[in-house]
Design a protein around this ligand. Structure first.
Ligand code: DC
Length: 222
């Protein structure tokens, strides 16, 4: 069974998806972390996007893995734990460009489909309901106002020891929305069958409860 949760940056997808997966005992797969892991590889190996890169080989030689652990999951590239390293501002600013490269998307989508072969999964991203699993049993599209998303990002970064400017965060999020929505392949867009949930002003638990209740209703009536 597949629950696809898509939506823009900062809508609360990963926190919510992780909790929904826990509650239903499904595997949680954060596809944004996979695009971030490839971006980390590019930065760490000082690869230039102007050169031709064999993405298939790069990803085959540095396998990306999401390993479940007590707090959710850890992200590995080969044997290296990059869970924290993929959240730096450097990775965050380059990742939309990497996620716009067709060969990178092809490799990661293949991997995502393989990861769901033997598990029930909650997968979050931008193109899960529209492209990766158009046949998903449940599709959710999470949004929130840009001010709310900037506020959430601000508090996340403060906790991590950064001192961000909220106006800059708002501009960055607006730019990321534009890049995600306007790219040629698998752009961010709500699937017609997806349930829209605006999380502005809702607590995490309220969003989780709403998704579980939609899921149970769907399963009961299918
Ligand atoms: O959700 P996030 O911020 O960790 O995602 C990182 C980037 O990856 C973001 O620019 C959108 C992109 N992404 C994507 O293009 N497709 C996905 N399925 C998941 C993320």
């Amino acid at each position: 069974m597949i629950i696809a949760i898509d939506g823009p940056a900062g809508a609360g997808k990963s926190t919510v998806a992780k909790k929904v997966a826990e509650k239903l005992d499904f595997l949680y797969i954060d596809t944004g972390a996979m695009y971030r892991a490839v971006t980390w590889l590019v930065l760490t190996n000082k690869l230039s996007l102007k050169d031709s890169i064999d993405w298939h080989q790069l990803i085959a030689e540095h396998p990306i893995e999401l390993r479940p652990d007590v707090d959710g999951y850890r992200v590995f590239v080969g044997n290296q734990d990059v869970t924290e390293d993929i959240r730096t501002p450097e990775v965050t600013s380059l990742v939309p460009q990497i996620a716009g490269i067709p060969e990178v998307r092809r490799e990661l989508v293949q991997l995502q489909r393989r990861m769901a072969e033997h598990h029930d999964v909650v997968m979050d991203g931008r193109d899960i309901g529209t492209h990766v699993f158009p046949q998903a049993e449940l599709k959710i599209f999470l949004t929130a106002s840009i001010e709310e998303r900037a506020r959430r990002r601000y508090h996340d970064l403060l906790e991590k020891g950064y001192h961000p400017q909220i106006d800059e965060l708002r501009d960055e999020i607006a730019l990321r929305d534009k890049q995600d929505q306007e790219r040629d392949i698998a752009p961010l867009k709500k699937d017609d069958q997806a349930e829209l949930i605006d999380t502005t002003g809702l607590s995490i638990q309220e969003v989780v409860d709403r998704i579980i209740s939609i899921f149970r209703k769907k399963v009961r009536t299918s």
